[in-house]
Design a protein around this ligand. Structure first.
Ligand code: MN
Length: 449
């Protein structure tokens, strides 16, 4: 299934809200997206001020839509992702001549790229999936990076010291620039695979292909040695300079705070390949979609790691209040006291950016924060059930962490019921429900709507 097919399918399920009013890419579009952030529909901006291209946002803005894209229900989501991570499958790669769209001279000013927040340095591409090869062609990597528009042909790329950064360093050592394919408007499975973190050397396109049951086809770029999903809406062929750097930022990242200005490499765009009527995909930084795409692969890692130390993991939620990144709530079935703490340690090991983690019993709904707070209020004793780990490696996205080294204090809360205390003291009181009372409430709820 392609990006376009998924979008059409969502449209036929009533998940797409068409915005026919003329909307500016500078702040206005962001504001509209933000206003529909919580469980909101896909937004299709059909009339974009100064552009003839449509913009789609909030495509992967709910867990339900991501599950639909992957063809699984929520209970199968993590196993599906984990299975794909363990069984990468090489996708087909077609020659550039097979491309059915348009090739044209690059002009980034013709693309409706959003400026999101008040103090952002300018327009930023936020839904770009970037493929690159090691100079010797042995290692390939796919990842998501923010790209700041500098002029018609140049972007600044934020390279967090991870895999693409490593490839870029290898290119630098060989004295060459790094070829990249920048794909925008790709199937959610490709976005999720690119956001996941398999070991260096694993090609995330192969993970995506595995999630997509071998249906991913790639196309070789015309002017650079890199490839992109064949059905991407827009492909920018680029070269990351290994000599030219510029100040990049400020830019609002996942926590909704401004990331600092750093010197980052310049990407020169050398060619554009696109569908004739391409749709530009925007992801609002710190919006639900951003948090889900980044968070879900980490939830899967936490699910897997915690499953190894307790009998059963019910659910994991990297909650939105924690930026979908810094806070985890995990519901487990425990066998013995102490399992809760082992679950916390496993979670911290599985997701190094994790800062605060809460473990609850399986009767607590991890997506209902009132429920979680209630568990902490009635089942947790700080003197017994709290772990604090000072000076651990955390996330630089956390404003309170050491911005130089990323070290932070981690806190784990074991809010599971202790076996040493009488269980009936922890019972959540229930009201017996008669058929009549149930019907009455349904009627009253309908009236109040
Ligand atoms: Mn990688």
């Amino acid at each position: 299934m392609s990006f376009r097919q998924f979008l059409n399918e969502m449209d036929s399920c009533g998940e797409v809200l068409r915005v026919k009013d003329n909307v500016s890419t500078k702040f206005d579009m962001s504001y509209v997206i933000k206003s529909f952030d919580n469980e909101g529909p896909i937004l299709m901006f059909e009339s974009v001020k100064g552009f003839s291209t449509k913009v789609v946002a909030n495509l992967c803005g709910t867990r339900k839509r991501i599950c639909k894209a992957l063809g699984v229900d929520q209970s199968q989501l993590y196993p599906k992702l984990l299975e794909a991570l363990k069984s990468p499958r090489k996708p087909r790669v077609l020659e550039a001549d097979a491309f059915e769209g348009i090739c044209e001279e690059p002009n980034l000013y013709k693309i409706p790229i959003l400026t999101h927040f008040e103090r952002d340095a300018g327009p930023y591409i936020t839904a770009a999936v970037i493929h690159a090869k090691d100079p010797r062609g042995e290692v390939e990597n796919v990842s998501i990076h923010r790209l700041q528009v500098l002029d018609e042909k140049h972007l600044a790329i934020r390279l967090v010291p991870r895999h693409l950064y490593k490839l870029w360093q290898n290119a630098k050592a060989s004295g060459v620039d790094l070829d990249v394919a920048i794909a925008i408007g790709v199937h959610p499975a490709v976005l999720l695979a690119a956001a996941s973190s398999p070991p260096f050397g694993i090609n995330e396109f192969e993970i995506a292909n595995s999630i997509m049951n071998n249906e991913l086809t790639l196309i070789q770029c015309r002017n650079v040695d890199a490839c992109a999903p064949m059905d991407a809406e827009l492909i920018l062929e680029g070269k990351i300079s290994t000599t030219k750097e510029v100040p990049e930022g400020p830019f609002v990242d996942i926590t909704g705070t401004y990331d600092i200005v750093r010197n980052q490499p310049v990407v020169e765009i050398v060619n554009v390949m696109r569908r004739e009527d391409y749709i530009y995909q925007a992801i609002l930084p710190s919006g639900a979609e951003h948090k889900l795409l980044m968070g879900l692969p980490r939830e899967a890692s936490i699910y897997e790691a915690v499953s190894k130390v307790v009998p059963k993991v019910h659910a994991v939620n990297l909650s939105f209040g924690g930026g979908g990144w810094l806070h985890a709530i995990i519901s487990i079935e425990k066998q013995l006291d102490g399992d809760g703490k082992n679950a916390l340690l496993a979670a911290f090991a599985a997701h190094p950016s994790l800062k605060h983690a809460i473990v609850v019993d399986s009767d607590i709904d991890v997506y209902n924060l009132v429920d979680v707070e209630w568990a902490i209020a009635t089942r947790f004793q700080a003197s017994e059930d709290l772990i604090v780990i000072p000076n651990a490696r955390g996330s630089t996205l956390d404003s309170s962490a050491d911005q130089e080294t990323g070290t932070t204090s981690k806190m784990g809360i074991d809010a599971t019921i202790p076996f040493t205390k009488p269980r009936d003291k922890f019972e959540r009181a229930k009201i017996p429900v008669s058929v009549n009372a149930k019907k009455l409430v349904e009627k009253l709820l309908n009236i109040s709507k």
